[in-house]
Design a protein around this ligand. Structure first.
Ligand code: IPM
Ligand code: MG
Length: 355
């Protein structure tokens, strides 16, 4: 197959981790006879420096016209003092909204080889950590009105039934493909938007009788993720709660550097990015972990290009890399071999096999 991939390297460690993911995709292309064309897209701080805008329309257009988008990370201290509407992160939000990718899928799964890297007690890890957070991505407080009037700042949190229903359906469908347990997370003891959320989820439940729906308040969920993560299969939640809970969930699997994500909307054109940030403190030092980005590329093959075998091949190669005792700095432990970002990519490419 021939696919057009828009590539956003972004800022900080973005360029180095994306380069490793492209090496992996190039090897997949050779092994399976595909052709991947890459189009470079500027977004984030680098776009602010070049165009004075974190995502010019022309750059967004390249993304919307591609078959999918692979993104490293954006942002950094250098752009901390630019006005809110011009921050690098605003480029990312505009990209998500411009592509219409309302459904963000963030897996929290522990690799058996990294069980020691989890900060949780071994007895909790032993019960298993394997769940998915389905995060609503283009609504809620991130996209409500933002304004500052004198000494008062306002951010509006708003959800319509339609917005809740479409992400709710993704939650139910994701659970149907797994262990059929969906936990809807909200703050319905305080927020109107959460009460509407809960009502819509329960209305949808009638259409998915094979899925067991439960409700949980977000503060309790934050606690349950560290106390008893094995209870979760699929969590569905709004934008900001999903942002916070997915960082927490990633950490209990050992490292945020390992976690990929997919974002999809009404079409097969998706946005694929690791969930970590641009880590400017280690940028350009060949220390970053490219695995979250490499696994994001695998998700692109699985969910947007219908190439499940190719995606499995990448995941197996990552597993072999870990089995062989190689570790990047963020997941390093006693007796393992420390490798840099490039070497990590090279070793994963070397273990890739057609399966
Ligand atoms: C994420 C990030 C972004 C978000 C930032 C960079 C805007 O934290 O993808 O989780 O809050 O969505
Ligand atoms: Mg986040």
């Amino acid at each position: 197959m021939v696919k057009q991939i828009a590539v956003i390297r972004g800022d900080g460690i973005g360029p180095e981790i994306v380069d490793q993911a492209l090496r992996v995709l190039d090897r997949i292309a050779v092994l399976y006879g595909h052709t991947f064309h890459y189009t470079d897209v500027d977004m984030g701080g680098c776009a602010i420096d070049k165009y004075g805008d974190p995502l010019p329309e022309s750059e967004l257009k390249k993304c919307v016209e591609s078959d999918s988008v692979l993104l490293g990370a954006v942002g950094g201290d250098k752009w901390n003092n630019v006005p809110g509407h011009l921050r690098p992160e605003r480029g990312l939000l505009r990209l998500r909204a411009g592509m219409g990718v309302y459904s963000n899928n963030r897996p929290a799964k522990i690799w058996p080889q990294l069980a020691d890297a989890s900060p949780l007690k071994a007895s909790i890890v032993a019960q298993g950590i394997d769940f998915i957070i389905v995060r609503e991505l283009i609504g809620g407080i991130y996209f409500g009105e933002h304004k500052t009037e004198g000494n008062t700042a306002i951010d509006v949190l708003k959800y319509s039934e339609t917005e809740i229903e479409r992400i709710g359906r993704i939650g139910f469908e994701t659970a149907q493909k797994r262990n059929k347990k969906l936990c809807s997370v909200e703050k319905s003891n305080v927020l109107d938007s959460s009460r509407l959320w809960k009502k819509v989820m329960h209305r949808l439940a009638a259409e998915y009788p094979d899925v067991e729906l439960s409700d949980m308040l977000v503060d309790n969920c934050a606690m349950q993720i560290v106390k008893n993560p094995a209870q979760f299969d699929v969590i569905v939640t709004e934008n900001m709660f999903g942002d916070i809970l997915s960082d927490e969930a990633s950490m209990i699997t050992g490292s945020i550097g390992m976690i990929p994500s997919s974002s999809l909307g009404a079409t097969a054109c998706g946005l694929y990015e690791p969930i970590h940030g641009s880590a400017p403190d280690i940028a350009g030092q060949d220390k970053a972990n490219p695995i979250g980005t490499i696994l994001s590329a695998a998700m692109m093959l699985r969910y947007s290009f219908d190439m499940p075998g190719e995606a499995d091949a990448i995941e197996h190669a990552v597993s072999s890399f870990l089995d062989a005792g190689f570790r990047t700095a963020d997941i390093m432990s006693d007796g393992m071999t420390l490798v840099g970002c490039q070497r990590c990519g090279e070793l994963i490419v070397r273990s890739l096999q057609k399966i």
